[in-house]
Design a protein around this ligand. Structure first.
Ligand SMILES: *Cc1c(COP(=O)(O)O)cnc(C)c1O
Length: 370
């Protein structure tokens, strides 16, 4: 490849489509603090996603922190080690102790059977991740949470637009948190959101993202600054007009990879369940032991050809220095996650990825087996 091909490339509409939005911001001088674009985007996203209440934030990590604060959690939270590091970091920032449990081999999502075993008298919540956008076993998680009176906060950073059994996956759990970072399926440069079930919770979240201020003289909580600005909100509104085309394009790339890679010895693609409407956010493959070279050797050979896939998620969160002292971080309790981290490779997927580049990437993977 002449130009480097990265795992993703932020999707942005033509600049001239954005200029009228900018003009409106310039004219009104409303730059932030719940301006008109912020309000419109909240409403438009509720509509598009099929959720009742949604609060915009300035990024997904702050959104996770605000979500945990809104539920006023204490003690231990059961989570997955197989995620982006912000999942566990948000717990640490809230003074909560992450308890890592293993994942399912088919979905790489948290294993409900392992959740039950990790519950102690200190456990107050579960924070699963819809990894790569594939829904967790939400029914099993709900049953466990109900039985043990635990809150559930989904890190749904990958799950924009995903449905499970014809309903938004964001409607499961007490709260679901989205990321609109530049690299995600739907982006507002930086951004995020919390989905909740009732107006009371939304107003608590809206207070927390604005320093805990409720009026000129009263501050009722130790909030922070989590507000989305008007440029990001306006950009989100424009992005929404293009999202269906972007998802359709991702879907085509996904099926090309899937079809071309299905009979390659040692390469496994994650399945898409019949119960989900998927967003094709990532294209992870697992480089199994019967592939001729290791995952890391494959990365090197692809990089030599100017293809830059990423090892999401390697290392495991539980292997990072600030977490590895935890008893639950021991790899011997996390064999499925450890194997996935050592084998996974996310291939480039983004709406304007050339079909010929997909063929080229596949040919590089096949070449090693010949
Ligand atoms: C991207 C991501 C986040 C953090 O979102 P930001 O908007 O980048 O702060 C959290 N969790 C997961 C799983 C992510 O992929």
């Amino acid at each position: 490849m002449k130009e480097p091909v990265f795992v993703t490339r932020p999707h942005i509409p033509p600049l001239d489509e954005f200029l009228p939005y900018l003009q409106q911001i310039w004219d009104s001088r409303v730059l932030t603090n719940g301006g008109p674009f912020h309000e419109q985007l909240e409403e438009a996203l509720c509509q598009y996603l099929g959720v009742r209440h949604l609060s915009l934030l300035n990024n997904g990590t702050i959104a996770l922190m605000v979500a945990l604060k809104a539920l006023d959690l204490k003690g231990e939270v059961i989570t997955t080690p197989y995620s982006f590091v912000a999942t566990a970091h948000s717990l640490s920032w809230a003074n909560l102790k992450p308890v890592f449990v293993d994942i399912c081999p088919d979905t790489l999502n948290i294993d409900p059977a392992k959740i039950e075993a990790a519950i102690t008298s200190q456990t107050t919540a579960i924070m699963p991740v819809h990894c790569y956008g594939h829904p967790c076993d939400v029914d099993a998680v709900r049953a466990i949470a109900h039985q043990h009176d635990l809150r559930v906060v989904y890190d749904a950073a990958h799950a924009f637009g995903v449905q499970y059994k014809n309903e938004s996956v964001l409607n499961f759990g007490d709260l679901s948190v989205l990321s609109f970072h530049a690299t995600k399926v739907f982006n507002t440069f930086e951004g995020g959101a919390i989905v909740c079930h009732d107006a009371e919770m939304k107003s608590r979240i809206d207070q927390l993202k604005n320093f805990g201020i409720i009026n000129e003289t009263e501050v009722i909580a130790t909030g922070l600054n989590g507000k989305m600005n008007e440029i990001s909100a306006a950009f989100g509104l424009l992005q929404l007009q293009h999202i269906d085309n972007a998802l359709a394009s991702r879907r085509q790339i996904d099926s090309m990879y899937r079809q071309r890679l299905q009979n390659i010895t040692g390469i496994r693609c994650l399945g898409i369940s019949a119960e989900e409407k998927f967003n094709y956010a990532y294209f992870p493959i697992l480089v199994e032991p019967d592939y001729p070279i290791s995952r890391d050797e494959l990365v090197q050979r692809l990089q030599d050809k100017n293809i830059f896939p990423r090892r999401y998620f390697y290392p495991l969160i539980s292997d990072f220095e600030m977490y590895r002292h935890l008893p639950s971080a021991d790899r011997k309790h996390l064999p499925v996650a450890a194997a996935a981290a050592d084998r996974v490779l996310c291939l480039p997927i983004f709406p304007d990825l050339d079909r010929s580049t997909v063929e080229y990437i596949v040919s590089c993977i096949v070449e090693q087996t010949g």
